[in-house]
Design a protein around this ligand. Structure first.
Ligand code: NDP
Length: 284
């Protein structure tokens, strides 16, 4: 997966902003709204959809399945396998169950959700075998810090890893110290999850911080949009905000057009500094 040339299957290109789905499918009364939001997102060009067998224990994949019915070929579909399913026959069964819920016969990208009991070599083998069977086009990982990434890369075939999906937003910049530069060096795109700090919930003062408020005002935009625009200014980074309303989806798509000035980036750096030393990978 390359976020610049983005050929995955012939006609699909991967946008730098996609759509997350965590917490979708949890509540039947929100289902129509979620499907409507995802479909609107596809229409706005947010055609990368990120889901996981974990989300609502398959329920999110079913929502995505409904949203993409009849337009599978427009979408770059990402799902994730639980660590305890990420090897051998369990991986095959987990992937087939995801495909069934999504109503498709192939995933564009399948990620190890986080590192667990299986050796990385076993997960790699399982991913390669799913690839050979045509069930997945590419594979990648999530929540792996630099040591784990180095270990993966040292394995035969490990360099085919298409992405590392990690927590990354304006107020959590630990990966800039070592993991992000390493991924950039490998030309491996990083998928930023919780790019809006879960609407500020992970960091209470993000949306209300005066600097972000003032920059949002200058662009006639919102703090959420500034957070996305800031992420997009980092080379090799994609963001997958989750939105369950059409209004939020639209705003997220519009963030693709916002260009922060050098001065604004300096101000944001000062207000939300990156740590100057190694910090353990942030997770939710
Ligand atoms: P986000 O940072 O994407 O925040 C989601 C929240 O932001 C929701 O409450 C949403 O509200 C709100 N929101 C969305 N758009 C806007 C907007 N334009 N203005 C204001 N608020 C907005 O959090 P997530 O944790 O959901 O991360 C995104 C995705 O990343 C997940 O859904 C999942 O796909 C993936 N992820 C992966 C993880 C992993 O371990 N690999 C871990 C965590 C997330 P509303 O829904 O009401 O629109």
């Amino acid at each position: 997966m390359s976020q610049r040339t983005h050929h995955t299957h012939e006609l699909i290109s991967v946008p730098r902003i996609g759509q997350g789905t965590w917490y979708m499918g949890e509540n039947a009364s929100h289902r129509t709204e979620e499907i409507t939001a995802l479909r609107a997102g596809i229409d706005y060009g947010l055609t990368l959809i990120d889901t996981a067998e974990m989300y609502a224990e398959g329920g999110a994949e079913e929502v995505v399945g409904d949203a993409i019915r009849g337009q599978r070929d427009k979408v770059y579909l990402v799902s994730k396998v639980y660590p305890w399913n990420a090897g051998g026959q369990r991986a095959k069964a987990a992937c087939e169950a995801s495909l069934r819920r999504l109503g498709t016969d192939t995933l564009d990208l399948y990620l190890l959700h986080w590192r667990g009991e299986f050796a990385l070599s076993e997960t790699l083998e399982a991913m390669e075998s799913l690839q050979r069977e045509g069930k997945i086009r590419q594979w990648g990982v999530s929540n792996l810090d630099l040591d784990d990434m180095r270990e993966l890369h040292s394995l035969s075939g490990g360099q085919a890893c298409a992405t590392n999906q990690v927590l990354y937003h304006l107020a959590s910049r630990g990966i800039e110290y070592d993991l992000l530069p390493w991924c950039q060096q490998q030309q491996m795109p990083v998928m930023a999850y919780s790019p809006l700090a879960q609407a500020g919930r992970l960091r209470n003062n993000v949306f209300t911080h005066p600097v972000i408020q003032q920059i949002a005002h200058a662009h006639a935009s919102t703090p959420a949009q500034i957070m996305l625009a800031w992420l997009l200014a980092q080379p090799g980074v994609l963001a997958i905000p989750k939105a369950s309303s059409v209004e939020h989806v639209k705003q997220n798509a519009q963030a693709l057009e916002i260009k922060l000035s050098e001065e604004e980036r300096v101000e944001l750096n000062r207000a939300f500094p990156a740590p100057g030393r190694k910090t353990p990978l942030d997770m939710v």
